[in-house]
Design a protein around this ligand. Sequence first.
Ligand code: MN
Length: 254
Amino acid sequence: MRILLTNDDGIHAPGLEVLEAIARQFSDDIWVCAPDEEQSGMGHALTLTRPVRLRKHGDRRFSVTGTPTDAVTMGLRKVIDSPPDVILSGVNRGANLADDITYSGTVSAAIEGALAGVRSIALSQVYSKEGMGEDGPFAPAIEWGAKVLAPLLDTPLPKRTLVNVNFPPVPPSDVKGIRAVRQGFHDYSRGTVVEGRDPRGFQYYWFGLEAIEHTLDHGTDLEAIDEGYISVTPLQLDLTHHASLGALADRYEG
Ligand code: MN
């Protein structure tokens, strides 16, 4: 099985090492093509206004001066000579739950993989404010990663779908299990806008993510993580709200 690894935290991110250790439990045919720098929050951006550069770091290990989508595109078209069986994106440093998904470079790399017809899975480790002590922030992903992935590697997935996995911020022994759940939603607009002045006296603004509120609706990824479960959410690329189609079509008729 050939596996392509990528992420949005950059090729030197600790979470990519975690992902590689997980992937090696399934295959030795592992390729890495990741952004050269952190690209969190870049969503599904594709670089169009400047060239991208491909750098070789070692055997089957490359970085791209661009976004996660650029990295997957280069991985599929220029780095690997035949399509991989699986694309894994992550393990992201921090949650990609509910409405995080469309901002997420981690999930968007998997979206790019799904568009290319490759089985694609995004993995994220939710961080706790208190930290995880001796276990380290990625301990749940390290301990549970292979167990979560195994069914995702051979369960049939329809075309233009992908899977989003999040690990809860608790010690691995406290993880209660794995739940297949739907995407939840945040109640309010995202986070805070911090104002400050730069060294030259000009005002700047900086977005923070601490103050996001959310509803722990039953059966959602947010609820699963809150209760100490690993969340597994299948996603589809068709964003059409089918229930509204008929009503809108009626307005344009006659
Ligand atoms: Mn990230």
